[in-house]
Design a protein around this ligand. Structure first.
Ligand SMILES: Nc1ncnc2c1ncn2[C@@H]1O[C@H](COP(=O)(O)OP(=O)(O)OP(=O)(O)O)[C@@H](O)[C@H]1O
Length: 400
């Protein structure tokens, strides 16, 4: 089908012109390699220590203002069908409705030239993320994927302002195009581990959390109603009166536990939701259930969702709007998830027939598979082609 005509306009990352490679007092080799791919990416260094959710003292938070990007507005009834190609033709079509809310009231999160490094190594610092660019938009789910150790969690933590001590960050992370702190309740982070009270029922746990998290000015009845509404959104009505349980007493399933954890974090209706491995430990059916609920919520609430995901099934992959594919701390692909197949095919790595596309992407960029030399070379090639691909695509939209 002519999915391009139906797709909402997705602004593609347009890299800024390369800036100076280093600043006085900043050794370039402290932060990243000077290999071919890095040169092509124009990895420049700009210190924004303490930013974005840190001190903010040198950048007083301006008022929340939407960025000048073109977004689909107030479409309430239309729906989109997007198919994921796997080389053998289109595989399960995924219905993606547009947001029921005005998505321009949400949060556009963007990052530019983001570097993260940790203490260690000969130079004193080991680079983890190397000059990443990207964005996440309201009403959409952006998946961060890549082989183990490529920096998915680090990127998620950097965007959420949760980097630990000993890890430093440089580059811009912008909220609606500006450097500003997120106010309380604007963002939420669901960790990989479900930390839940095993003796409570699902309803009790969510109500308890609502009474603690929701504003004191909200009536008890309104808080209860919010808890019930959130349980329904996550499809937990059937399990509401089941004890959560633990290793001693069997309770709800793993997928339900994940959804309870997500419930707790979305009670405040955050504009920005970070999810670390929302499907870890779940089978493909449970994974699909969890991610489809999240995608539906994102659409309905105009929420911006960023999720680090390990190895999604074809069906789960089809629920993502955007993909940020990393390897060795660099962006290999950033753009609409539905276009990744085309990108890999154009780059000389077509997805074999009947293969799960995300398996193919990960296999292609994973040095642990096959011949290491070939793989490293293919990643370099992909990074270089990625830059050319992005520069030449949809030049009408930029984030600045
Ligand atoms: N605080 C830290 N200090 C030193 N190295 C770190 C730190 N945090 C992360 N790293 C390193 O950075 C790299 C990326 O880690 P990260 O956890 O972001 O990867 P990941 O893609 O999420 O991996 P996985 O899929 O296995 O969870 C790893 O090599 C890790 O050891």
């Amino acid at each position: 089908m002519a999915s391009e005509q139906l797709l909402p306009a997705v602004p593609r990352w347009r890299p800024s012109p390369p800036r100076e490679q280093s600043r006085p007092g900043h050794a370039a080799d402290d932060e990243g390699p000077s290999d071919t791919a890095s040169d092509v990416l124009g990895g420049s260094l700009r210190s924004t220590d303490g930013f974005p959710f840190g001190s903010g003292s040198s950048f007083p938070p301006p008022p929340f203002a939407p960025m000048p990007v073109t977004l689909p507005r107030s479409r309430t009834s239309s729906s989109l069908e997007i198919s994921v190609e796997n080389g053998a033709g289109a595989v399960p079509a995924v219905v993606r409705e547009t947001s029921l809310r005005r998505v321009d009231q949400g949060v556009v999160l963007s990052w530019e030239d983001l570097w993260v490094s940790a203490a260690g190594g000969k130079a004193g610092r080991v680079p983890i993320l190397r000059g990443l660019n990207g964005y996440a938009r309201p009403g959409e789910v952006l998946a961060i994927m890549g082989p183990s150790g490529c920096g998915k969690s680090t990127l998620l933590d950097a965007l959420a302002g949760r980097l630990g001590s000993g890890v430093s960050q440089k580059g811009d992370i912008l909220i609606n195009g500006r450097r500003q702190k997120l106010s309380y309740g604007t963002s939420a982070y669901v960790t990989q581990d479900d930390v839940l009270m095993t003796t409570l029922t699902v309803r009790e746990a969510v109500r308890y959390s609502a009474s603690l998290q929701l504003p004191s000015g909200m009536s008890a009845a309104a808080k209860r109603e919010r808890a019930e509404e959130t349980l329904r959104e996550m499809g937990l009505e059937g399990a509401a009166d089941t004890r959560i349980g633990g290793w001693m007493h069997k309770g709800i399933s793993g997928g339900q536990r994940r959804r309870v954890s997500i419930c707790m974090e979305i009670l405040t209706r955050p504009a920005l939701l970070f999810l670390d491995e929302p499907t870890s430990g779940l089978d493909s059916a449970a994974s699909f259930h969890v991610v489809s609920r999240i995608a539906r919520l994102a659409r309905r609430e105009g929420m911006t969702v960023v999720a680090a995901v390990h190895q999604p099934s074809t069906e789960v992959y089809g629920l993502f709007h955007g993909l940020c594919l990393l390897a060795y701390g660099k962006t290999v692909f950033f753009g609409p998830a539905a276009e990744t197949n085309q990108f890999f095919a154009l780059s000389g790595f077509p997805c074999p027939s009947l293969m799960n596309p995300s398996d193919h992407f990960l296999r292609t960029v994973n040095k642990d598979f096959d011949n290491v030399t070939t793989s490293v070379q293919s990643i370099r090639t992909l990074i270089i082609i990625s830059e050319i691909f992005l520069v030449n695509s949809i030049p009408n939209h930029t984030l600045h």
